[in-house]
Write a protein that binds this ligand. Sequence first.
Ligand code: ATP
Ligand SMILES: Nc1ccn([C@@H]2O[C@H](COP(=O)(O)O)[C@@H](O)[C@H]2O)c(=O)n1
Length: 252
Amino acid sequence: MTTFTSNTNDNNSDISSLRYPVICIDGPSGAGKGTVTWRLAQTLGYQLLDSGALYRIVGLKAFEAGLLNVDGEQSIDETALLALTQSLQIVFEPNIDSGRVDIIVNGAKIGEQVRNETVGGYASRVAVYPKVRQALLKLQQDMASQSGLVADGRDMGTVVFPDADVKVYLTASAKARAERRVAQLLQAGQAADFEAILATIKARDDRDENRATAPSKPAEDALVLDSSNLDADAVYELVKKHCQDQGICFNR
Ligand SMILES: Nc1ncnc2c1ncn2[C@@H]1O[C@H](COP(=O)(O)OP(=O)(O)OP(=O)(O)O)[C@@H](O)[C@H]1O
Ligand SMILES: Nc1ccn([C@@H]2O[C@H](COP(=O)(O)O)[C@@H](O)[C@H]2O)c(=O)n1
């Protein structure tokens, strides 16, 4: 990767102000962030940050460590949660077959279980804790230090990469997102209850959008895109056009 973008338009700026391009794709669960993020990263040859996976890992490990009660909403021991978060060495490896990253934690590959809705719920419960978010911040920011980056999450454009070159907030109605989840589960040969999935999506949205720290919301300078009535190709083309308008070069 040889493309640099500058933080400033000042021609006299020195090399320390140069950095790689960052594209942020934020939005709620099931909006299609992962799909467009993967395609952008593949097309541009950029790294991919699946920040939701970080919170999913912390949530899963916290559950396994007995820090989460299964049903309730009681608070979690934040000191223990921080220690657990700091003990995790997390690496992403792109997996062409799945169109997602594989997640390696402390040297061991994590199974697909981490992607399920139960673990999504664990993730959103640990994600409210500022110390957890702080502990994951540098790891995320460091991913932009060696190549361009496409970052998928909730607070990429607002907190993690406030100076990003491109910010998109990709959303869709809860109904459309629940329908996509149902289709995804059925395609994988799993059972799917639309009403239960819709309720879970709404509960997760509520927690993510109303937490005190880094709530899920569009950055002030984000393009807000509603994908409820757009297929994945149409979303990609609109996001690509926006990236080009912001100076990202698609020459591959
Ligand atoms: N525009 C679209 N129209 C219809 N289905 C879509 C669209 N974009 C993605 N999908 C499908 O919807 C499902 C969810 O997409 P995806 O995983 O990209 O969402 P997400 O926003 O990353 O969700 P999460 O945050 O929970 O990981 C997938 O099955 C994907 O193939
Ligand atoms: N930047 C982020 C990304 C995710 N979260 C939390 O993790 C949950 C799982 O995210 P997915 O994108 O994998 O569905 C999500 O519901 C958030 O609670 C976050 O806080 N910040």
